[in-house]
Design a protein around this ligand. Structure first.
Ligand code: ADP
Length: 479
C-alpha cells in the first residue's frame, strides 16, 4: 500500500500527523504489509537524511489547465522495512517550513497529490490501497477517480484520514481549477465546491475516497455535528456510511519508561511507585520548584492554542495553589497564553513553572515526574499526551471529547476502576472539580491512586492494535 501525506517524523513534523505517518507504516511493515510512504522533499529535511536519499528517476508532468508542466523527481530512502519516496521539485519545496500561506500552499499540494500518483505509475508500483492524509493529500482520490482511472494504479482503493478537520484547503474555485487541471464536473456542490465560488480540497477527497477514517470513534461522531463539523458536518453525515474512527497509538520505541534514555531513573510496572518519586525530585530540581516528593505535581504539555482548553486552566489556576500542589507547563503558541502562564510563574514562584519552549527532553522529564497530566481540550481528534501520560504512570485529567473520551475511562470510586478524571461541558468549574477529585484521591486514598497508576501503565496504547484495525479496513476494501 502507499501512504501519501505532507509530513512524516523524523524528516519533517509539525503535529500528530507526522507521528502517524511514521508509526503506522512501520507497524504495518512489521505485520507483513508492503508499504511505501510518499512525501514532499522539503528543503528543511535534515542533511543526514537528504544525503542518504537515492535518485529513482524523474519525468515531466502536465499539471495546470493550460497544459503547464512541472518536473517530478523521485528520491528514495529505505529504513526499517518502509520505503520512503520523496517528490522532488525545487520550485515548490524550497521553503524552510512545510506550510507557509494558502496562496503558496494550494498549488504546492495540488502538484504533490498528482505527482505522488504519477510517481507510482512511473515506478510501476501498483498498490491495492492508497491511504492519504488531511487536505494536503485529499485530491489524491479525486485524481485517481478521474485522470488516473485508466492508468495502472487506477484500480487501487483509497482511504482518506482526517487528523484535524479545522484545516481543509479552501480557495477560489478558479485558482484550484487552474492548478489541478481537473475536469469541470468535479467542481460541483457535492464534491469540491463550497459557497458557490470556492473549492474545498478536503471535501472533494471525502466525496471520492472509498473509506474515510478519523483518529477516534468519538471524533468521527462529533464531526457530524454543527458544533465540531467545521462547516462540513452535513457532507460528513451524507458520507457517514464510509466513515469510522480508529484511535492512534504511541510509539513504544520512543515512549518507554523502562528504556527511555532521557530519564533520570528508568522504571517499569514493578518499581514505578518508588522510582517515579525520584523522577519527580529530579524534575523539581531541574525546574527550580520546591523539592518534595510529597507534593502533587500536575503537568501540562501542549501547543498553547485555543483548541487546548487553556482558557479554563487560566481561570482556575490560582485556585489550585494550596501549598501541596505544583504545576508544570510546557508549550509554545499564542502570545496570550504564553504571557498568562509566565505571569503565573512569577506570581507563584516555586509552585508554578512555565516552560515556554518546545523541548522534547523536558517533555519526557515531565511525563516521568508528574502525578497527573491535564488535557482539558475544547476539541481533540485523538490526543497523544494522555496516552503517553498513562504509559508513564501519570493520571490524566481530561475533558470528555474526541479521543480523550475514548481512551480515558473515568475513575469510579465504588468499583475502584478507571484511568483518570474527566469532565464533560467546557466549563472551568467542572475542570476545577475534576482536579479536586484527583487531589482528594491522591492525598486521602493513595492505595487506590497507585493501583490506577499501575493499571494505566499496563494499558495497551501501542500502535499494534490500531494498525491491526487499519489492516482489517484495507482487507475489507479490497475484498
Ligand atoms: P497536537 O497534534 O494537537 O499538537 P497531540 O496530543 O496529538 O496534539 O500531540 C502532541 C505531541 O507533541 C506530544 O507528543 C507532545 O509530547 C508533544 N509536544 C507538544 N508540545 C510540546 C512542547 N512544547 N515540547 C515538547 N513536546 C511537545
Amino acid at each position: 500500500m502507499a501512504f501519501i501525506g505532507s509530513e512524516c517524523y523524523p524528516f519533517v513534523k509539525t503535529g500528530g500527523l507526522g507521528d502517524v505517518m511514521y508509526a503506522l507504516p512501520k507497524e504495518l511493515a512489521k505485520q507483513n504489509c508492503d508499504v511505501k510512504v510518499i512525501l514532499p522533499r522539503y528543503a528543511c529535511i535534515p542533511e543526514k537524511y537528504q544525503n542518504k536519499m537515492v535518485y529513482r528517476g524523474s519525468f515531466d508532468m502536465n499539471l495546470c489547465s493550460d497544459g503547464r508542466s512541472f518536473y517530478v523527481g523521485i528520491m528514495e530512502y529505505v529504513w526499517d522495512g518502509v520505503v520512503y519516496d520523496f517528490i522532488d521539485n525545487q520550485e515548490f519545496f524550497t521553503n524552510g517550513n512545510p506550510y507557509t500561506n494558502l496562496i503558496d500552499d494550494i498549488p504546492k499540494f495540488c502538484y504533490f497529490s498528482k505527482a505522488a500518483l504519477a510517481a507510482l505509475n512511473y515506478m510501476d508500483w501498483e498498490p491495492d490501497i492508497i491511504h492519504c492524509h488531511d487536505w494536503q493529500a485529499a485530491l489524491v482520490p479525486v485524481y485517481l477517480d478521474t485522470m488516473f482511472k485508466d492508468t495502472p494504479i487506477g484500480r487501487a482503493k483509497t482511504v482518506l484520514t482526517i487528523h484535524n478537520l479545522r484545516f481543509q484547503g479552501v480557495y477560489d474555485k478558479k485558482m484550484i481549477s487552474y492548478w489541478t487541471g481537473l475536469p469541470d464536473y468535479v467542481f460541483n456542490k457535492d464534491a469540491l465546491t463550497v459557497k458557490w465560488l470556492d473549492a474545498n480540497m478536503l471535501k472533494g477527497g471525502l466525496t471520492y475516497a472509498d473509506a474515510i477514517t478519523t483518529v477516534s470513534g468519538t471524533y468521527a461522531w462529533e464531526i457530524q455535528t454543527p458544533e465540531y463539523g467545521e462547516d462540513l458536518d452535513a457532507h460528513l453525515r451524507y458520507h457517514s456510511g464510509k466513515l469510522r474512527g480508529i484511535v492512534n497509538g504511541i510509539d513504544y520505541d520512543i515512549w518507554n519508561p523502562a528504556t527511555d534514555p532521557r530519564l533520570a531513573n528508568n522504571y517499569d510496572l514493578g518499581n514505578v511507585l518508588t522510582e517515579k518519586r525520584k523522577n519527580k525530585k529530579a524534575l523539581q530540581e531541574e525546574l527550580g520548584l520546591e523539592v518534595d516528593d510529597g507534593k502533587f505535581v500536575i503537568g501540562l504539555v501542549s501547543r498553547l492554542t485555543n483548541q487546548k482548553g487553556l482558557d479554563l486552566v487560566n481561570e482556575i489556576l490560582p485556585q489550585l495553589i494550596d501549598g501541596n500542589t505544583q504545576i508544570v507547563i510546557l508549550g509554545t503558541g499564542d502570545a496570550q497564553y504564553e504571557d498568562s502562564f509566565r505571569y503565573y510563574e512569577n506570581a507563584y514562584k516555586g509552585q508554578v513553572c512555565s516552560n515556554i519552549m518546545y523541548d522534547e527532553t523536558r517533555a519526557h522529564h515531565i511525563y516521568a515526574g508528574a502525578d497527573a497530566l491535564l488535557v482539558p481540550s475544547r476539541f481533540e481528534p485523538c490526543g497523544l499526551t494522555q496516552l503517553i501520560a498513562m504509559h508513564y504512570g501519570d493520571i490524566p485529567i481530561v475533558r470528555e471529547t474526541g479521543g480523550l473520551k475514548d481512551t480515558v475511562e473515568p475513575y469510579n470510586e465504588f468499583t475502584n476502576w478507571g484511568n483518570g478524571f474527566t469532565f464533560d461541558r467546557y466549563e472551568s468549574g467542572l475542570l476545577l472539580d475534576a482536579i479536586n477529585r484527583a487531589k482528594t484521591l491522591y492525598f486521602t486514598n493513595r492505595w487506590c491512586w497507585d493501583e490506577m497508576v499501575q493499571r494505566n501503565m499496563d494499558k495497551d496504547v501501542s500502535w499494534e492494535s490500531s494498525a491491526r484495525q487499519y489492516r482489517d479496513l484495507y482487507v475489507d476494501l479490497t475484498r
